[in-house]
Design a protein around this ligand. Structure first.
Ligand code: GLN
Length: 289
């Protein structure tokens, strides 16, 4: 006799908790395997599993406990801003905090470009394409381009753009270099670059440290290297005005504001750091005139 869904889930959550893993992972795996939503899973919770499904499920839970491999790499998907993105170990798994960056950029774009509809936007370090693709879908009249150093990440992001029917131009290269090479100028620059400090990298959980790309996480000694590289060249890619939206680390608010002040000085019309749902500094916004 095979187990019913709820029996398998009960086993998974206590096994996961006992090993200090997220107890909800069982639900995610089972929904993925059965191709159903969480609501459907819970409504039909007394349905028996097939032998193959039960075996697959238990193996996956045990594998996650043993290796710490993120469940999103096991299922190959993560949801971001209501869209399903494919993810692989070549890309950072999109985080819910990054959805807040999208909201802020939209808000500030309508505040500072009230009469301009067709804005050019570039996202630096695209990974799965979550930011660029979401902006392209939210604002179809914007022209969205994106850059990544990793050819493997660009492959994943291009695939996501195609599946989600988003129009995005992709460039492989380092920070702003491809934009400079192609003489592209933008109204809006967004980025969730690698921003974890050397110290922070040491204390990351194994689920992140042993599996997600360090290229997308590690921002040098103080975590700010990527912002310095971007800001050093930013004048070469800006139109007359520029809106900047950066995702930042919880302790980087003041440092980022200083870097932006050093770059633009009295050209800054607005500069603010926003907190995320957990009350941590997470997004830096600047409007340069
Ligand atoms: N928010 C990610 C984390 O805490 C870091 C993302 C980044 O470095 N851009 O794991």
């Amino acid at each position: 006799m095979t187990q019913k869904r709820f029996e398998a889930l009960n086993w998974a959550s206590s096994f996961l908790s006992k090993h200090d893993r997220d107890a909800n992972i069982g639900e995610i795996l089972l929904c993925h395997r059965l191709g159903i939503t969480r609501t459907k899973l819970l409504v039909d919770i007394r349905e028996p599993l097939t032998e193959e499904d039960e075996k697959w499920f238990k193996n996956c839970v045990i594998h996650h406990v043993k290796t710490g491999e993120p469940v999103q790499y096991m299922t190959g998907t993560e949801s971001f801003f209501g869209h399903t993105f494919h993810v692989s170990p070549a890309v950072l798994i999109p985080r819910p905090e990054t959805e807040e960056l999208i909201e802020w950029v939209k808000k500030w774009a309508s505040r500072y470009f009230p009469h301009k509809k067709e804005l050019s936007v570039c996202d630096i370090g695209t990974g799965s394409g979550a930011i660029a693709i979401t902006l392209a879908l939210e604002k179809p009249e914007w022209h969205v381009s994106t850059v990544d150093l990793s050819a493997d990440a660009i492959k994943v992001a291009k695939d996501n753009a195609k599946n989600l029917h988003a129009s995005v131009d992709f460039y492989e290269g380092s920070f702003l270099q491809p934009l400079i090479d192609h003489d592209i100028k933008v109204d809006i620059l967004v980025s969730n670059p690698p921003y974890i400090s050397k110290e922070g990298m040491r204390s990351l959980q194994d689920v992140v440290k042993d599996h997600e790309p360090h290229l997308a996480l590690s921002g040098g000694e103080d975590g700010l290297d990527a912002y310095r590289c971007i800001l050093k060249e930013v004048r070469q890619i800006m139109k007359d005005q520029l809106l900047i939206g950066f995702e930042i680390g919880y302790d980087q608010g003041e440092a980022i504001q200083n870097l932006i002040k050093q770059t633009f000085d009295e050209q800054i019309e607005a500069l603010e750091v926003m907190k995320d749902i957990n009350g941590n500094d997470r997004v830096a916004l600047a409007f340069i005139k």
